[in-house]
Design a protein around this ligand. Structure first.
Ligand code: SF4
Length: 234
């Protein structure tokens, strides 16, 4: 008799959970977002200080010559921002200004990224910004497959250390590195992906938006999805 009651309670709990999940999914559908899971093994970072861990990781890159991009660089551009950020932006690689200053997204595209961050009520100090490769490719060309393969483990470790709620993948290189897909941004934006249990939202790289300002409206829609994700459960 007692065990029947317990079983019934469990079933009621399961039903309530299923209803809650249904409601959650409907909310996302209403927002026009398709859920796509890319969950890999969850990672933990318990008891570690993200600021110290990032500093240690940065040290391992000092003077790095692991790939040919070291040949033309002035500075390694490791990343910048809040080690406890809820939101991380991942771009492709440093450009001319970034290479000179040693900081990510400080040129014209960086100014646009700053505006994008402000548009969702955040500042650059509240988020973390980094790139797939840490040294400037010559003439700002797209990083080559072997360069990405050599440098991207450092990006992935950065993300594991920070463990944000949302990663915004800026452009094809970041998307390909994190989601292992070569689909164009227009195909995969407005879909929710996960990397290591962290939401990934894909949008256009600010440098692309500077060349194609007509796409800024779409980027704004993507930023609203990020804002919604950040606000959920807060
Ligand atoms: S791009 Fe990355 S792996 Fe290549 S030299 Fe720079 S820091 Fe090292």
């Amino acid at each position: 008799m007692e065990s029947n009651k317990k079983t019934q309670n469990v079933l009621v709990r399961i039903e309530e959970t299923v209803r809650w999940l249904e409601t959650l999914c409907k909310n996302w559908e209403f927002f026009g977002v398709e859920m796509v899971s890319r969950t890999i093994t969850p990672i933990t970072n318990q008891g570690k200080n993200p600021s110290e861990e990032l500093a240690k990781l940065g040290k391992t890159l000092e003077g790095c010559t692991r790939c040919r991009l070291s040949e033309g660089r002035t500075h390694i551009v490791f990343g910048d921002g809040n080690p406890d950020a809820q939101l991380v932006f991942v771009g492709e690689g440093p450009g001319h200004e970034e290479d000179i200053q040693g900081l990510p997204f400080v040129g014209q595209a960086g100014r646009l990224l700053t505006k994008m961050i402000h548009s969702i009520g955040l500042s650059r100090k509240e988020v973390y910004i980094c790139n797939v490769v840490k040294c400037r490719p010559p003439q700002n060309r797209t990083p080559l497959t072997d360069e990405i393969a050599t440098c991207s483990p450092f990006l992935l470790r950065q993300l594991e250390i920070i463990q944000p709620k949302v990663i915004c993948a800026l452009g094809a290189c970041a998307v390909e590195t994190l989601l292992k897909t070569r689909q164009p941004i227009n195909r995969i934006r407005r879909k929710l992906f996960k990397w290591q249990n962290i939401f990934v939202v894909a949008t256009f790289h600010p440098a692309y938006l500077l060349r194609n300002p007509i796409e800024k409206r779409k980027a704004w829609e993507d930023l609203l999805i990020i804002k919604k994700l950040l606000m959920e459960g807060t």
